[in-house]
Design a binder for this molecule. Structure first.
Ligand code: ZN
Length: 228
């Protein structure tokens, strides 16, 4: 079997999702060299980190952290792009697992009861085949040992592009987008709200506001990357 694997690898090498080089047999998704060099934020170790500060006065959260820094044209951007749009969902599960084991050692993340991924509009999810935040949540769930809940928070409509809007307009744009069904499922729980990339924070703000309006919950936030 090993021989067969080696042979397959010779003709169809598995490639690092960050740099594109061939992976060593023991590597998963990202080569050791890239894993060593990724731009980690270490936000989960830093109280009042930049991401938490960006949510101050907008979303009352226990903690907020991103695994990686997101810069235009960077390897992280390409990797997230392949993950979101090119069907490479294994990247998301892998990153979730790796980050999940880091979060497992760190309050407030080690006390979450369940994970709620930011939902996609149903039509968009059917078209893409998966919700990238849910896939990343799946990896986190393996490490943290808590379930992913996808039957409580729903996206009622598509949000328009946020890029040319002011902060107030962005908020107008997203505040009515989400809805809670079955609030009893999360009553009294500590929720880990998960998104792919935190840019303006308007989506997280809207999700948190919707959850807090309907239920008595505490919320922490985790994303793959922070584009602040
Ligand atoms: Zn690499």
């Amino acid at each position: 079997m090993k021989f067969l694997n080696d042979l397959v690898n010779l003709f169809f090498p598995r490639l690092c999702q960050s740099c594109g080089d061939a992976l060593a047999p023991a590597d998963e998704e990202i080569c050791l060299h890239c894993l060593y060099q990724l731009p980690y934020t270490h936000f989960h170790l830093t109280k009042d980190n930049a991401m938490e500060q960006s949510l101050w006065g907008r979303a009352p959260v226990e903690g907020a952290a991103a695994f990686l820094h997101f810069n235009k044209g960077s390897r992280v951007q390409h990797m997230v792009h392949r993950f979101k749009y090119k069907g490479r969902h294994q990247i998301g599960t892998f990153l979730g697992r790796v980050y999940g084991y880091e979060l497992l050692k760190q309050p407030p993340y080690n006390t979450v009861d369940m994970i709620i991924p930011v939902p996609l509009f149903r039509k968009k999810q059917l078209k893409r085949g998966y919700n990238q935040s849910e896939v990343f949540s799946g990896g986190l769930s393996i490490a943290l040992g808590v379930p992913v809940e996808t039957n409580v928070l729903f996206r009622m409509k598509e949000s328009e592009s946020q890029t040319k809007k002011t902060q107030a307009e962005r908020w107008e744009n997203v505040k009515e987008i989400f809805a809670v069904i079955h609030p009893e499922r999360i009553e009294g729980k500590h929720i880990l709200l998960v998104d792919d990339v935190l840019t303006t924070g308007a989506t997280i703000e809207a999700c948190a506001a919707t959850l807090l309006k309907e239920c008595n919950v505490r919320i922490s936030v985790v994303t793959i990357a922070y584009a602040g």
